[in-house]
Structure formats: C-alpha cells, structure tokens
Design a binder for this molecule. Sequence first.
Ligand code: GLA
Length: 867
Amino acid sequence: MKDFFKMKRIAMQMMTHTDWEIYFSPGRVNLIGEHIDYNGGLVMPCSLDLGIMGAFHLRSDRIIRCYSHEYSTVDLYEFSLDDLHPKNHWTDYVKGIVKAFSSTIVYGFDLAIMSHLPSGAGLSSSASLELLVATYINDQYACGMSPLNLALISQQVENEFIGVQCGIMDQFAVAMGQKDKAILLNTHTLSYEMVSADFKEYQILIANTSKSRTLAGSIYNERRQECDTILHRLQETMSIQSLCELSLSQLDDCHRLISEEMLFRRLRHVVSEHHRTIESSLALNKQDMKTFGQLLSLSHESLTKDYEVSCIELDTMVNALLKAGAIGARMTGAGFGGCAIALVLSSQISTIVQEVKAAYIQATHLQPEFYVATIGDGTRKIHFSIQDALSSLLDYGIKALLFDACELVYRRNSLLHYFHLTNYEKKPVIPMELDDILDNLVEYARMNHLLLDDSFIGEENFKADVMNLLCETPKDIIQRFNKAYQQSPIHATNFLYTYSKNAHYIQTKNIAKNISWSYPHDYGDFQITINMSKPEKDPMMIKMLREVEESTYPQCQLCVENEGFGGTTTRESRRNMRIVPLMLQNEQWFFQYSPYSYFEEHAIVLRNEHTPMIIQGQTFLKLIDFVRLFPHYFVGSNADFPIVGGSILTHEHFQCGRAKMPIEDASKQFVFQIHNVDVYRLKWPLSTIRLVSKDEKAIAAMACIFLQKWQKYENLGLNIINYPVLHNTITPICRFKEDEWIIDLILRNNVTTKAFPMGVFHPHPQLHHIKKENIGLIEAMGIAILPPRLKRELDLIQTVIFNQTTVVDHPELEKHASWIRELQKQSDVNLKVEVGKKFVEVLEDAGVFKQDFVGQQAFIEFIRTCQ
Ligand code: GLA
C-alpha cells in the first residue's frame, strides 16, 4: 500500500501517539453520464487507486484535531464535538460527517491526512474525504452501516452542511468502487451493475487542465434549477418522475413544451447523455472500444454546446488529445475546469502525453498533469505491516528473477535480520510496485531508527542495501552473463540490463521523470533532455559536501572498488550494482550499466587500473576490441583534457550503449579513400571526421594517423592554438554496422585565452544561461543533458513571455533576461525549439573549424594532410 508508513510517520510526528488506524478513500472519475445523477439517469463512474489516506487515533476527550500534509497552513486545526459549525475550511467535510453521527459519537479523534489527488481537479476529493471519515466512525462505533448508507449520509452532508447540491454519483463511486470495474448506476433507483473496465489495448488517460473550477459551485446549482424547471413544465402534461425517463424519440415532442432554445438544449443533453451511457455499457460489454471512444467525444460535444459546462481549457485539452491520437475524449465531472479523460492506445501513452502537453501549454500557458487511470477499490481500512511489505518484496524478487525460488527462506531471513525482526508471519502477497514497497521500507526504517542517514542519499543507499539482499553474488551474475553470451552478445547485455533495472540499480521510474524532446535540424535530430532524475543539491548541501573530507576509498566514482560499496553521506551506494569483466588489448577492463541511462542501454566500460584518461593509438584498438565483443553497441571515449573532456578525467573509461545517437545520421561529404578506408567530413557542429572501412586494422591505423596529425596541428588565424602546451585532442566513437567499421573522430582543443577564460572552444558566456558545463562525449554526439533548474525556469519564462511582463519579479530569470527580451519580440514562441537552437549554438562554439567558408576550407585542408 503506497505510503502507508509515511502516513503513520507523519501522524506520529504531528500528534505524538504511536497507535494509528489507517484508512484509504479513493478519488473517482466518471467515464460517461455527466450531469445525469440529479436527473434520475444512468452514470458510469469508477473509483481510482489515487485517493486520500487518513491516520486516525481515538481520543479520550471531545476534541477533534486535524492535520493535512498538503493543505495545512497552520499545523493542526482543532474543534470540539460540541461546536460543529462550518468555517469554510477543508475540515468542514470532517465536521459535517461528525455532525451526521453526533448521536453516536462519544469521543473525539486525531486525524492526519495525505492526499494523492490533485486538488480542485474534479476527481472528487470532497466525497473521498467524507467517506474516509464516515467509514472510520462506522467502524469505530460498530454502527453496522453499509457502504451505500455511508454514501447517502455523505451526500446529505455535502448538500446540507457544505451547501453543494450534488447528486449521488461521487459518494456512491467512492464508497462502492471495485478494482478494475466501472459502476453502471441507476441514480433513480440506486440499483447498479459492475461493468468490466477492461479497455483491451487501450487505457483511460486522465488529463488535468490545471484550470481551477471557480464557477463550478454556482453554475452547477443553476443547471440543477434549470433541470427542475424543465421537469415541472413537462410534468404538467407527461407523467414522468425524472428527465431521464424520456426516450430519444420523445425529445421532439418536448420541443413544443419547452420552447426556450436554451432550456431545450439542456434537456437534449440530459436525454441523449443518458442514452449514450446505455450505449457505452453495451459497447464495453462487446469490447467495442471504437464505439465507446466515439460516445465519449459525443458526450463532450453535448456538454459543451447543449449543457454549456465546458470551458476553453477543457475544449483545448480534448481537441489536443483527439489530435494526438486518442479515439475518444471528454471533460469529466462537473466541468468548468478540472480534468478531461481520453481513451488512448497503451503503447502510445507517452508520445500522446508529450504532444498534448506541448500543444496545451502553447495554447493556454497552464501546466497540465497526466495520470493513467488505475481503477481500485472503494473506501477501506488498510491493514499493512512490515511483514506485508517484506512478503511483497520477496514475491517481486522471485518474479523479477533476482534470485531463484529455492533460496526464498534464505532471502527472507536476510531481510528479517536486516529489519531487526525475529519473527516471520506468513502473509498473502499484496501486489505493489517496487518503488512503493521500497518507499514503505524506508519510512518503516526511519520510524524504527534503522535509517542511519536521513538525507535523500541516505534513503537511496538504504534501498540499495535492501535490494542487494535479494541480488545474486557477483560471481553468479558473471556466470549468468557468460552463459547468455554463449547464446549471443545481445542475450548477454539483455540479461545484465534487465537485471540492473530489476535490482533497482537503474531506477526506471525515476528516469522516466526526465523531460525529453527532439529538435530537428539540418545537422540531424538533436535530443534535448532535462535531467529530473537526480535531485538538485541545495546550497546548504553543496556547502556540507565541500566541508566533508574527500575519502580515498573507492579512489573515484568509476573505480572497480565501487562494486558492492555501501555509500557514504556524499557517495551513492553501489550495493546492488553488478559488473562483468572483459579484456581489451590484453588489459583487464569491466563493463557496467550507468544508473542514469542518458540513452538506451547506457553503459560504462572501465579499466581495472585507476589510471588517467588518455587518447592514444591504443585507444582505437580498445574501442574496436569492445565493439568486436558487443557489435550491437557503439562505444566512445571522452577526450582526455579538461574543458573538452567529461567530468571524470582520473580514470580511463568509455561510454557505450545500444542507442542510435543523433551524430550517426549526420550527412557526410567524401574527402578521399586510402588503404581501403573512406574518409568523410561530417556536416556536424563539432568538426568531425568519419572513417569507414571493412578492415579493422586499416581503420585503426588511419585513426592513429589523424590523431598524430591533429596533435601537431595549429592555426593561429582560427584560434586553434596548440603550442607550447598541447591543446589538441580527440573525442573518438566506434561502431560496426552492416559489415563496416565506423570511427568518428571529433577534433577538440581546450585552449583558454583572456577573452575566453573558460575555453575558446567551449560554450561562450552568452550561452551559459542554458549550458556552461563541459561538452563531453554525449553532448558531442548530439544529446543535451540539461540541469533540472531549467524546467522551473522555462515554465516561468513561458509565463513572463505570455503576460508580456519583465523578469524583475523573478531573480532566477536574471541570467535569461536578454534571451527573454529577444523572445518577446517574436509572435509565436515555442520554447523547446528555442532551447534546441541554443544547444546547436553551444555545439558550434565547441567546434574547432567553424561552419563558415574559411573554417570548412581549413578543415578540408587538414583532412587532406593525412592523405
Ligand atoms: C459533480 C457532482 C456529481 C455530478 C457531477 C456531474 O461531480 O458532485 O454529483 O453531478 O458533478 O456529472
């Protein structure tokens, strides 16, 4: 159960008792049947696995104290059972329910809540909170009420205490929801049927417009009144109790009785929506997703045009979803803001989200949020213990093939021992995501003083420790890797890559937080990534790190000594990292995956010896050796000098992976052929020579000649200064494709001058607001890795440009000031494209031969000197 122990810990921190009962109450989403529940028709909501968690502690007096992890501006909000008046505060929902039970309740309670529901998004956080409290009281005083009774009481509280004239749908869905089911509810009779919510290869995507539903209350009540007026009018000549009793064919007759255009449109929505709900349930039964999708879109049209409860933001979102490939989309809930839902192919979710997000921000300047709807059970008490968490973890370990099932007892005992438990309770497995299990274990450890270091890095190191208890030993991993290699190199890398992910060494979920887009250009399709997966260090943290004495073991982050290292307050644990040995040019090297995965199957090859980076003739032979072993991977080396090298210069290593890097598709101009090696000049912002040959010896020899020539090259006219100190070096990349060896040689120079103290061939100061770090191998190949601060800054810049304001109110935008002024002159700004342009400039700054005629002529001349 997600965040169970966190909830307990927060409650304990705020209100000191140790005994808490935890309840969970879901949010809801309505699939179809909107504004129908007060017209006696059919609706089809379902409860979500997102919701509100509450920790309750019974008191011995008549006081109620409430704390909300998300909303509390004051720490605790207190009231007495004897003074239950609404105060226009979130605790009114608690008060209202308490009041409804006032004849039963004797004692007050302490309540801490934590919500995973976005506030004001129309996912029914109010009904969720009402049922949370109602269910607790019902249990506590053994009132014996059914969930349906509790839903009815909650609706009454909402109507009478809170003052919103809502129907029964929300409270019903929250109380009665069932995992993987939608509820087809007749709101007139309250009879219902559980419908399978299996959308085949599709899923329901929830898109929060982030438009707050300010008008919701007043217009909602207005619509209810309009419907009442229509009903009364019709009842003069028709014997109906609710509008939804009308058939579609009766609608025309009604036109005569309801002559006002607006009122007739309201009626048309109600009747047609009720029928769309019937048709939707039939379509879902037949698993006819296309029809269901069309009905969703028709519902939206009707809500927009006839019922007039949509808004620009919801319409923009729905249109963007449909344009991006959803087969149906509509607003959900009361409207006027909040969320839309869409039926989308599971395989397309991430591309659709990316596209819709960009289009929506562009049009509205609001930041939308997206969730894939997982349908969970209704409000319930949560029984969860450390034993449950460990059972789920062990089950995960077996299913993810981290260890063999015959080792279950051994693994279990290792975990029990680690958590200082001497007892084992057999528990049915609660299916949970690994990240949720680990978060729970961290919180449990924190509460029980087993977490030695409370910081983020301390938590991560703790998780690595726990996962290591499930992982096989390095020797076993090497054996499994070698066995897979006998099948093929791809089998071997697949094995280690999957194992590294399953062992939580590569944290897929965290990496998915990165924001990436591609920027197409004449040079190629650049890839821009804002790295959100590493937390930004705050200034205090940086200060602390500086003060901590640098340890000498392991000597550096890339040393082989890291395998199984437990981490420190400043160093990440490598307990769950596994590495495999390999030989390159008769030297001992090792292969491991990068925990950051900047591209597909991003891995690192490191030398056994802790010797500095060096680019020399042998480097090409080592790269070739590696690709011979793993022909499906490219491999490259950072340059060996500061400024143009990577962040670690002290340990010889390469980076490799299965990804197709942008540089691969750069267009190439043939220059000459020699000894069966074709030599090309790449059209690329950094000066790059491409060698292509079927002969590995010839290509290595040729790369060597280019390196030697470059090491001796100087051109003062072009600022390529190389004497008296050597400044020229190379960033080399090697791969094997369609029976040919390909080596890219990116020419680098790290000279600094008075005018460019950070480097002549380094991003110039006017670009530092986007990127001022070294242009290493990954960037040089066309992938920009940008710091997380940029996400925040770009969002702010977007608002500043849109509102035509200045940057003075935002000190963090100071560094972008002149860029913003330029952008404000443009009529239509797409910030992703603008960042892309900057990245190209960054790379062009790092290019030694510039892109003008003189630069490229000199480049060609240099290449020819190697002929
Ligand atoms: C709100 C109300 C519900 C229902 C929907 C519209 O969520 O609380 O009762 O009327 O709007 O379908």
